[in-house]
Ligand binder design. Structure first.
Ligand code: ADP
Ligand code: MG
Length: 323
């Protein structure tokens, strides 16, 4: 079981940014309105995620460390109904198996909280602790017992930018949640949680950039797409500034990115990219998130229809007010 967790960890927790992603997604699934992420040395020394979500009941705390024990999938058809970000019950056991792991949590209905400590996946202690709001998870000395993994992490700077990208995307996906990211004591991002996507864009990319974006909306019978797109003047030299969300989840999809670029057509030069945040609502039946464990790749039905809706929508948005 310990080894199985470490093997699963190889798939789920490739690097510090994957740990941050899994922990923050759990905080989101727990209904948090505020999530604080503190890291040291780009997450290799410390990753701490503090939320104000529902917490975990005493009886369930040790179960969270068992692989698949918490899986929300009972049958194959459940795969198509998933609304939460996590569903495999794999992340916490995987992360705990390759770190010094501490979890403090409490739920409204219980008088005290629970604190669990584990090392390399072995539970060292579970004890009652002061009641707090939500959950605080501390991951220290990540990959201390998997030297090959550790060796593969070459640059702290690169790791930090993976983490920043991750938190940026999660903030864009959840304007209603306040995120704060702190690295070595420096605040790198803070969003208000006001629910206003343009404000999140301002926190990440700057107020003047956010002001220069046009709001986007297009829909048909199958899809609702909304968000913000930059005017053609505002271009970037890489595609990192294009964020596509499907049912609140960040995805990588080459075809949809191409549809955005097609919408700009020859208004932007080859090799330049717009800043865009598009949020797509789809009936979950038309998606299959189970393509890869990290769930960033998804398959969509009616992809052509969606591409046409996006590229035409962008062309229309850019033409508004232009004579
Ligand atoms: P999954 O998210 O796929 O269910 P995880 O291994 O990520 O599996 O988490 C296991 C379980 O632990 C979750 O299903 C949830 O019940 C609980 N959990 C983890 N993190 C939190 C959190 N921050 N707040 C509340 N519950 C949590
Ligand atoms: Mg999870």
């Amino acid at each position: 079981e310990g080894l199985a967790n470490q093997i699963a960890a190889g798939e789920v927790v490739e690097r510090p940014a994957s740990v941050v992603k899994e922990l923050v997604e759990n905080s989101i699934d727990a209904g948090s309105s505020k999530v604080i992420i503190k890291i040291e040395e780009s997450g290799l020394k410390l990753i701490e995620v503090i939320d104000n979500g529902t917490g975990i009941e005493k009886a369930d705390v040790s179960i969270a460390l068992k692989r698949h024990a918490t899986s929300k999938i009972k049958s194959k058809s459940d795969l198509f109904r998933i609304r939460t970000l996590g569903f495999r019950g794999e992340a916490i056991p995987s992360i705990a198996s390759v770190s010094d792991f501490t979890l403090e949590t409490s739920v409204k209905e219980e008088n005290s909280g629970t604190k669990l400590s584990a090392q390399g996946g072995k539970i060292i202690s579970i004890e009652p602790t002061l009641k707090r709001e939500g959950t605080k998870i501390k991951v220290e000395n990540l990959f201390f017992n998997t030297p090959a993994r550790l060796k593969y992490i070459r640059s702290l700077q690169a790791e930090l930018s993976h983490i920043t990208d991750m938190i940026n995307r999660l903030s864009l996906a959840h304007p209603e949640i306040s995120f704060q990211l702190i690295n070595n004591g420096n605040e790198l991002l803070k969003t208000t949680g006001s629910g206003d996507l343009r404000q999140v864009i301002a926190s990440i990319y700057g107020i003047s950039q956010a002001k220069k974006m046009r709001s986007f909306h297009a829909e048909d019978l199958d899809f609702v797409v909304s968000g913000y797109v930059s005017l053609p003047e505002l271009t970037r030299s890489n595609q990192n500034y294009i964020t596509i969300l499907v049912n609140g989840r960040y995805i990588k999809n080459f075809l949809l990115r191409r549809a955005i670029l097609e919408g700009y057509g020859n208004r932007i030069m080859v090799g330049r990219y717009p800043l865009a945040v598009l949020s797509i609502q789809i009936d979950p039946q038309l998606t299959d998130v189970n393509v890869h464990p990290t769930k960033q790749e998804i398959r969509l039905s009616k992809e052509k229809e969606l591409m046409a809706l996006i590229s035409k929508g962008i062309t229309d948005t850019l033409s508004e007010g232009v004579l």
